[in-house]
Design a binder for this molecule. Structure first.
Ligand code: NDP
Ligand code: GDR
Length: 363
């Protein structure tokens, strides 16, 4: 039985990857941080009683800022594969906590690589590093591919650039099987609530149920290449099953402005929007509604711009060329953006229906 270790197992990708590896018969270990409230909601369905025999899923307390802890966990479990998904992953927040982001996202990767080296596991343990399309930052070339130069535009992206190159360096210096997945944005109903897609689908669901009036957004001109996290964790696994380690772009090859994502999410609840005004004065207004189950009014201002959400430096356009992944990994995304938007909006409607029912029940 293969043994895998996932850092960031409590996050969106960690949850989908753990499910995938368990379905393939792996023993899955995960690093979770201690928190004052439960932080395992995304993986609670995978939990196994530690008292049973043949446990296939096990969590260890740890943190990417603590090298002795990482060394101890890796020594204890002797993993065949490590997926380093742990990170302070919010681009806007990284401007508020740049040093912490560098320590976790940059040096944290070094700690994993060096633990494997120090423990003499370079021939046994394969390492996946969660690299990102944010490395491309200021547009140098479109579509972006493995050879496109990097120009990071946030403390997050700069930290991830260190992580990218230290992974390449350890591969070359110590002949390790270590590779970077340069993943473009990927989303799902498990996406963190403050990333743009989930913020929109939650807002649409709350408005549809009469629980919120208006959504406040930042820069809705930026364009992203959005895929589904379920497809993308499959690519992570494939990258560690090759004859030799290489870096791959994982993307859909289609880019969409944030404004269009908003339009698509509202259509899912039968609402057509018109965008009026420019810059911070732009507004999204309801011009027609076709689903009587939902509480929208013609003329309702459902979207306004709040500059609080602007970033000091923005990444305007991301679109990935996934030819290498298609050719060498045999990977292609199964989800379209339409399918993704539908799944996310419907999942959030179910969540808020329950919440509304409970609120009414309590009062
Ligand atoms: P999430 O933000 O959903 O999850 C991040 C995970 O990292 C959580 O489990 C979090 O724990 C954990 N974590 C945060 N800080 C630390 C730390 N100091 N030590 C250990 N663990 C920590 O991210 P995603 O699942 O979306 O992304 C997974 C990885 O892929 C990240 O590295 C991200 O930067 C990268 N990436 C993501 C893309 C995307 O579009 N989703 C695209 C490209 C790259 P907790 O739950 O306790 O907060
Ligand atoms: P991103 O994702 O920065 O691309 O990083 P995010 O969803 O946060 O932003 C995408 C774009 O939407 C614009 N935007 C807003 N963003 C947020 N969060 N909130 C808003 O209100 C808002 N309004 C407009 C942003 O300015 C941006 O242009 C994600 C993360 O998962 C990273 O960890 C990962 O590496 C990259 O994707 C690939």
């Amino acid at each position: 039985m293969k043994v895998a270790l996932i850092t960031g197992i409590t996050g969106q990708d960690g949850a989908y990857l753990a499910e995938l590896l368990l379905s393939k018969g792996y023993m899955v270990h995960g690093v979770k941080r201690r928190s004052s409230l439960f932080n395992t909601q995304r993986i609670d369905h995978l939990y196994e009683d530690p008292h049973i025999d043949n446990q296939k899923f096990k969590l260890h307390y740890g943190d990417l800022s603590d090298s002795t802890n990482l060394i101890r966990i890796i020594q204890e479990i002797q993993p065949d594969e490590i997926y380093n998904l742990g990170a302070m992953s919010h681009v806007k927040v990284s401007f508020d906590v740049p040093e912490y982001t560098a320590n976790t996202d940059g040096i944290g990767t070094l700690r994993i690589l060096d633990a494997v080296r120090l423990l003499g596991l370079t021939k046994k343990t394969r390492i996946y590093q969660a690299s990102t399309s944010e490395l491309y930052g200021l547009v140098q070339e479109v579509p972006q591919k493995e050879t496109t130069p990097f120009y990071p535009r946030s403390p997050y992206a700069v930290a991830k650039m260190y992580a990218y190159w230290i992974t390449v360096n350890y591969r070359e210096a110590y002949d390790m099987y270590a590779c970077n997945g340069i993943l473009f944005n990927h989303e799902s109903p498990l996406r963190g609530e403050t990333f743009v897609t989930r913020k929109i689908t939650r807002g649409v669901a709350q408005m549809a149920l009469g629980m919120q009036e208006t959504l406040y957004m930042g820069n809705i001109d930026s364009q992203r290449d959005w895929g589904h996290a379920k497809d993308y964790v499959e690519a992570m696994w494939l990258m560690l099953q090759q004859d030799k380690p290489e870096d791959f772009v994982i993307s859909t090859g289609v880019t969409t402005p944030v404004r269009e994502f908003i339009r698509m999410a509202f259509r899912e609840v039968g609402v057509e929007l018109e965008f009026k005004g420019e810059g911070v004065d732009e507004k999204g207004i309801v011009i027609s509604t076709s689903n009587p189950d939902y509480q929208f009014k013609i003329g309702q201002v459902v979207l306004q711009i709040d500059p609080t959400y602007f970033r000091p430096t923005e990444v305007d356009l991301l679109i990935g060329d996934n030819t290498k992944a298609k050719t060498k990994l045999g990977w292609t995304p199964k989800y379209t953006l339409d399918m993704l938007v539908k799944e996310m909006v419907q999942a959030d409607i179910q969540i808020f229906k329950k919440e509304k029912y409970l609120m009414n029940y309590k009062s």
